[in-house]
Design a protein around this ligand. Structure first.
Ligand code: GLN
Length: 189
């Protein structure tokens, strides 16, 4: 099973490391042809606006949207979740638009306001979570399940085989969110 990590910008290496620890082959995704035959794709944290700009010229954004609509499993963390979201409440653009949530960008403040906390996630238990200029979910559609909240706000959500996390599971050494993602990848095959 080969899983992709969108590699145009962001904390690609950290995700690759976690996935390799879990025993899957990983392919960095930079161009549309890299999507071929993947069991799933991780969209990392970073800067969503920059990622989208870098995906445009090669056609990767459109190709990825097509794959996701056809059921490619995905895990989007932080900026990656912004890329997946149907709506961004405080930004005029939308990107892939395949996950029925509205997110507020930078809802936890600036870089210096970054923090680590413990979340209680359905089916996963207590989870360490790092928030860095994180998006918070402000609306979820009827098909979306909330797996964890920080205060009132959903921060780990699932719709079908697409997972979105406001935080960075790739930075804590805890592999359970990636483990859940790989379960979804296996289901699809
Ligand atoms: N604030 C960033 C964005 O809007 C996301 C931050 C992150 O991924 N750590 O894309």
């Amino acid at each position: 099973m080969t899983v992709g990590v969108l590699a145009v910008q962001g904390d690609v290496r950290e995700h690759v490391r976690v996935l390799e620890r879990l025993g899957v082959a990983v392919r960095p995704v930079l161009r549309p042809e890299h999507l071929k035959g993947l069991a799933g794709i991780v969209l990392p944290g970073g800067e969503s606006t920059a990622m989208w700009r870098l995906m445009g010229p090669t056609g990767l954004g459109d190709a990825l949207r097509r794959e996701l609509r056809e059921g490619l499993p995905a895990l989007g963390t932080c900026a990656g979740m912004i890329l997946l979201a149907r709506e961004i409440t405080n930004w005029p653009e939308r990107y892939l638009g395949v996950l029925d949530i509205a997110v507020e960008r930078n809802a936890t403040g600036r870089q210096v306001d970054s923090f680590e906390t413990t979340l209680s996630a359905d089916g996963l238990g207590e989870l360490p979570a790092v928030f860095i200029r994180a998006p918070l979910v402000r609306r979820t559609g009827p098909g979306v399940t909330v797996l964890a909240r920080w205060g009132e706000a959903p921060v780990l959500v699932r719709e079908g085989r697409v997972l979105g996390a406001s935080f960075h599971p790739e930075l804590t050494g805890d592999t359970r969110v990636h483990g859940l993602f790989l379960e979804l990848c296996k289901e699809r095959r």
